[in-house]
Design a protein around this ligand. Structure first.
Ligand SMILES: [Fe+2]
Length: 228
């Protein structure tokens, strides 16, 4: 399902780029490649509980990042890109609502299973679907891409902590009772996670500040650009 939503985002971006006279076909090809590479294994082990926890998190992350990209596009005067990103953000929001409702139901019907699945997924950490992207040239492509996303505020370590906290509240993790000892341990772990991630956030911010100031991307013709 995530794959489908990524394909729909890919298709919307692709149409936008195709229609824009300002970009060349190379970028269009990249857009298709990029989103195809997004479809990586999120370590959900073919387990629907893990899958729905993963998608709840990931859909909210893509809603946030597309919304922020839309704001940047508007600010820099590209109204069409802002509209496309805004539409995708609204779609991602709907996907998020659907998946979080499914997990909400899982917590109601099988609180032990849902609690263990949520904790399991958080221990594995949620990687953004594009973390293995590769353009055939830059071995550190996602690191460079992620640096820009963090510095421009498109998607940051703070967003990760916010999403985690949001889901813990949304599924009323702290108030669930009558669960097994193992699930209680998972519940404690989940409750302790948002403040721990916030502490790591400071470390992540410092790392981002120290990162390279310039870099290049094949899809903008390998020109040296500021990694803002
Ligand atoms: Fe989606």
């Amino acid at each position: 399902m995530t794959a489908l939503s990524s394909v729909s985002s890919s298709s919307a971006f692709s149409s936008f780029l195709w229609c824009s006279l300002k970009v060349m076909s190379l970028i269009h090809v990249f857009a298709i490649r990029f989103f195809s590479l997004c479809l990586q294994d999120p370590e959900t082990e073919n387990n629907p509980y893990l899958g729905f926890v993963y998608t709840s998190f990931q859909e909210r992350a893509t809603f946030i990042s597309h919304g922020n990209t839309a704001r940047h596009a508007k600010h820099f005067g590209d109204g069409k890109l802002a509209t496309v990103c805004g539409l995708i953000a609204a779609d991602e929001r709907r996907h998020e609502n659907a998946y979080t409702k499914i997990v909400e139901k899982l917590f109601e019907l099988d609180p032990d299973g849902a609690m263990l699945a949520f904790a399991d997924m958080m221990r594995k950490k949620i990687s953004m679907p594009a973390h293995l992207m590769y353009d055939g040239q830059n071995e550190h492509l996602f690191d460079d891409f992620s640096l820009v996303a963090q510095r421009t505020g498109v998607y940051t370590a703070r967003d990760y902590a916010d999403i985690m906290e949001h889901l813990v509240d949304k599924w009323n993790v702290a108030s669930i009772q009558g669960i097994s000892g193992e699930a209680q341990n998972a519940q404690e772990y989940l409750g302790s996670l948002p403040p721990r991630i916030r502490r790591l956030e400071e470390h992540a911010q410092a790392k981002v500040k120290k990162g390279p100031k310039t870099g290049s991307f094949s899809w903008i013709f390998n020109r040296e650009v500021a990694l803002l």
